[in-house]
Write a protein that binds this ligand. Structure first.
Ligand code: ARG
Length: 469
């Protein structure tokens, strides 16, 4: 037994075993064991590839594949075996287990390959699986958004810019605005997977395998579409992991924006939503409290995802060409980001699904006459007044209304005519909330018809993601 607790992978030229504390410091099995299913898949494919290249007999490769299957079965059921291993990393673990089972035949598998290309390949496989997980989680969030938009269709709300009342919106339009951001996230994840879809195997340690490996067959065997073009680049490229982290950071940012809206909407001042008991907490002191902790934690955890992105950027910065051990620091930030973001997304979906929108309160807030000031200006424009002038007139009307302590809807027409003789009785229709909404019927606008069409399009895109996560 060596300090590594099994057959060494590289000890031949060393006189002394590694210092025990250094060994603990440099080993990665504690976290890269997550890659074990990918390692074993790669090992099986490699056994077939080197048999095809004449390095193993067909029978030898079959025995290796069968032994790897056994190792996989045991790994699935025997956590203590994995926990107690002193392996240096996931590659060392698999090789040690294989040699334990097959003796010298097991020791043949590492022919013509390097851990540098293996870890690059397995990490790509992991990212592609993680994309599927993340797209599944985003799909459930999109479903929650779409369902709420459908179930609340027709409910108005005040729209703001700078957090000031601006123009009325449909609540569904607000929901679908968040939905669009999450649709982009799903698409971004898909592109990450597509760009990770290059197999580095055959790159060797840095200069390419010295054995006649059919790289394309090997790539296909592992579910990759193409092979990487340059062995030196392939062992050191982690762009795919950075892109995954960027996609995750962006999703987290979108989640935290939704969280911020909902936290505000749940406050007594807004009272637009009723927080679901299942996803809220109480105060240990104040009996009246129901706190939006689910959304606050989602907003708060976003920093961790950004942190992972910047960790990996920094690890990669300034590395010389080829594999460097710094690159072992690539995995934990990504794993940590996934461990946080997947539940963040799932909780957001679940909490949004059971959130109640308070229609009466939203309608009441949407009746603020300030929200239709633009309509009055547009009304004057329709009578031939230049917009700038109309803007000025409406501004004066609003100030007069404010001084009189009235809303513009309550101003008598005779009073309004003092500001412009063009004001007529049709103005009351123009001032109605419904007509302000209905006028925004351009594609992408908030008119009920436009929102219904947007919902159809939203659903069609969502169905594609659900079919093919
Ligand atoms: N555990 C290593 C990593 O995660 C695997 C590659 C090791 N290669 C090496 N030359 N030490 O990067």
């Amino acid at each position: 037994m060596t300090a590594s607790g099994g057959q060494k992978m590289w000890g031949g030229r060393f006189e002394r075993a590694p210092d025990a504390s250094f060994y603990e410091f440099e080993r990665s099995w504690q976290f890269d064991r997550r890659l074990l299913p990918h390692e074993l898949a790669l090992d099986r494919a490699w056994a077939r590839a080197i048999a095809a290249a004449g390095i193993l007999t067909h029978e030898e490769s079959q025995r290796i594949v069968a032994a790897l299957d056994d190792i996989e079965l045991r790994a699935e059921s025997d956590a203590a075996w994995l926990d107690s291993s002193k392996a240096e990393d996931v590659h060392h673990f698999a090789e040690t287990a294989l040699i334990e089972k097959l003796g010298p035949l097991g020791a043949k598998l590492h022919t013509g390959r390097s851990r540098n290309e293996m870890v690059a390949t397995e990490f790509r496989m992991y990212v592609r699986d993680a994309v599927r997980d993340m797209r599944t989680a985003v799909a459930s969030l999109l479903r929650a958004v779409g369902d709420q938009a459908k179930n609340n269709l027709g409910v108005p709300m005040p729209g703001t810019t700078h957090m000031q009342h601006a123009q009325p919106l449909l609540l569904s339009h607000w929901l679908l605005a968040h939905g669009e951001a999450f649709q982009r996230d799903a698409e971004r994840f898909r592109l990450v997977s597509e760009r990770a879809d290059y197999c580095p195997l055959g790159s060797g340690a840095l200069s390419g395998s010295a054995f006649p490996i059919d790289r394309n067959a090997l790539a296909r065997d592992l579910g990759f579409t193409r092979i990487t073009a340059n062995s030196l680049d392939a062992v050191s490229d982690r762009d795919f992991a950075l892109e995954m982290l960027f996609a995750m950071a962006t999703l987290a940012m979108h989640l935290s924006r939704l969280a911020e809206d909902l936290i505000l909407f749940a406050s007594t001042e807004f009272a637009f939503v009723e927080l679901p008991d299942e996803y809220s907490t109480g105060s240990s002191l104040m009996p009246q409290k129901k706190n939006p902790d689910s959304w606050e934690l989602i907003r708060g955890k976003t920093g961790r995802i950004y942190g992972s992105l910047f960790t990996l950027f920094t690890v990669n910065k300034g590395l010389p060409s080829s594999y460097q051990r710094d690159l072992q620091e690539d995995k934990e930030p990504l794993f940590a980001a996934i461990d946080q973001l997947k539940p963040m997304t799932q909780i957001a979906a679940a909490a949004l699904t059971v959130t109640k929108f308070r229609h009466e309160r939203l309608r009441e807030a949407a009746q603020d006459p300030a929200l239709v000031a633009t309509e009055v200006a547009d009304y004057l424009v329709a009578q031939g007044i230049p917009f700038r002038e109309a803007h000025e007139i409406v501004g004066k009307v609003l100030r007069a209304a404010e001084q009189a302590g009235k809303s513009i809807r309550e101003m008598p027409i005779a009073e309004l005519r003092k500001f412009s003789p063009l004001f007529g009785p049709e103005l009351s229709t123009v001032l109605a909330l419904e007509s302000a909404l209905a006028r925004r019927s351009v594609a992408g606008g908030t008119a009920p018809g436009a929102v219904r069409a947007a919902l159809g399009d939203f659903d069609a895109r969502l169905a594609k993601i659900e079919e093919n996560p």
